[in-house]
Every structure is written in structure tokens, then in C-alpha cells.
Ligand binder design. Structure first.
Ligand code: PLP
Length: 211
């Protein structure tokens, strides 16, 4: 899809600024370059080895790389060497501490919440998210928690999906007074619902890269 058309369609449904992370996990360098040529700077990957490779391939272009996948302990060092723009998938205190210990710079980070309580998904329990946010802030001096990330309920029922985003927005609102400024939610199938419910960062892959 043409990037400008997509950005215009976002503008139409939002009355606030929404940033776009182009999730490039399904595509190769040509597609990334094509989108960058149209002006896209922020890209997301869910595997450390792919982020390492692509960020290196494009190091001259100064793209912003977001890590959005499950982080295994044995991949932490490799991820940190890339100095990602935003680690969006911090989902436990233990993982936060493990990353914090290895950091010699400040890493902007989001707390990933399993907002729809789905067994198949990573993320902190939504009932413990606020407390966890504070615990990570207190214990991890190199981690700069800037907000939360979640995936909407995996359902065809728009009301259910909207409800999950509403719940995320409530948690986010509670945390804005403690420094939260990013609410990362919305993917190809549900970004419109996410934006209507307050998302200010969407992560879109398949729709954006579809031919
Ligand atoms: C793959 C992925 C996306 C993008 O998904 P699409 O449906 O292709 O837009 C967004 N967020 C996360 C965490 C992902 O793993």
C-alpha cells in the first residue's frame, strides 16, 4: 500500500497524533527500502536475529528499529548491541532486571500487557500491570519506561476487540502521571479500533506491505 494514502487514512480517523511502526518481519530489504523511500523511518521486528541483520544492512540510513517480539535471555546482548529505538515487549520484572543489568545506556521501553488474557500471548497480567510498571521503574535504572504495548483481543467481534483496547487505555491513563506517553496498540486488522480507543502508536505489517 502507498504510505501516504495509509497515513492520510489514519489522519481521518484520529484527532490526535498517531505514529506508525512498519512491521517488516515478513519482508526483505527491498520492501523496507521502498517504504523508506516514501518517508517511513520507524520499523519493527519480532526476532532479534532479524533486527540485528536488518539494522546492520541499513545502518547508513539511520532508521529507527523497534523490538516487538518475545526476548529470550540468551539474545539480550545481541539486541542491546543494536541500540534499538524502543523495546516494546518488556513483559516481566525478571526480564527487565536481566536487561537492565546488561545495559550501559538508557533504553526506552514499553511494558507489554496481555490485555485480553489470552494463553497464546505474551505480556504481563493486566491486573498486575500498574504495580509491575512501578516495580520496573524502581528497580531498573537503565530502563526508561515510556508506556505500554498490547495486542487487541483475537476475535471477529469488534466489541470485544474495542473492550480490550479500552482496558489498555485505562491502564495507560493511570500511568501518564508516572511518565507514560506511548500507548502502542493496533495492527493491520484492528488499528482503526485501536486509534478510536486512544492508541498513539500503531504497529502495522501485512496491510502496509501488501502488494
Ligand atoms: C506481527 C506483529 C505486528 C503486525 O502485524 P500485522 O497484522 O501484520 O499488521 C504487530 N505487533 C506485533 C507484536 C507483531 O508481532
Amino acid at each position: 500500500m502507498n504510505l501516504n494514502d495509509f497515513l492520510e487514512s489514519i489522519d481521518k480517523i484520529s484527532n490526535h497524533k498517531v505514529s506508525l511502526v512498519a512491521v517488516s518481519k515478513y519482508v526483505g530489504n527491498n520492501e523496507i527500502l521502498n517504504l523508506h523511500t516514501q518517508g517511513q523511518i520507524d520499523f519493527g521486528e519480532n526476532k532479534v536475529q532479524d533486527l540485528v541483520k536488518k539494522s546492520d544492512d541499513f545502518k547508513e540510513l539511520n532508521l529507527n528499529w523497534h523490538f516487538i517480539g518475545n526476548l529470550q535471555t540468551n539474545k539480550i546482548n545481541a539486541l542491546l548491541r543494536t541500540h534499538p529505538t524502543l523495546w516494546q515487549s518488556c513483559n516481566s520484572l525478571n526480564l527487565a532486571i536481566a536487561v537492565d543489568k546488561r545495559l550501559d545506556y538508557t533504553l526506552d521501553t514499553l511494558l507489554e500487557i496481555n490485555i485480553a488474557d489470552e494463553k497464546s500471548k505474551n505480556g504481563a497480567n493486566k491486573n498486575e500491570a500498574i504495580e509491575l510498571f512501578h516495580k520496573i521503574k524502581q528497580n531498573c535504572k537503565n530502563i526508561n519506561l515510556k508506556g505500554i504495548m498490547c495486542m487487541g483481543a483475537n476475535s471477529d467481534n469488534e466489541k470485544l476487540v474495542a473492550k480490550s483496547f479500552e482496558n489498555a487505555y485505562k491502564i495507560y491513563s493511570n500511568l501518564t502521571k508516572f511518565g507514560a506517553e506511548i500507548l502502542s496498540m493496533g495492527m493491520s486488522g484492528d488499528y482503526e479500533i485501536a486509534i478510536k480507543n486512544g492508541s498513539n502508536m500503531i504497529r502495522v505489517g501485512s496491510l502496509l506491505f501488501a502488494k
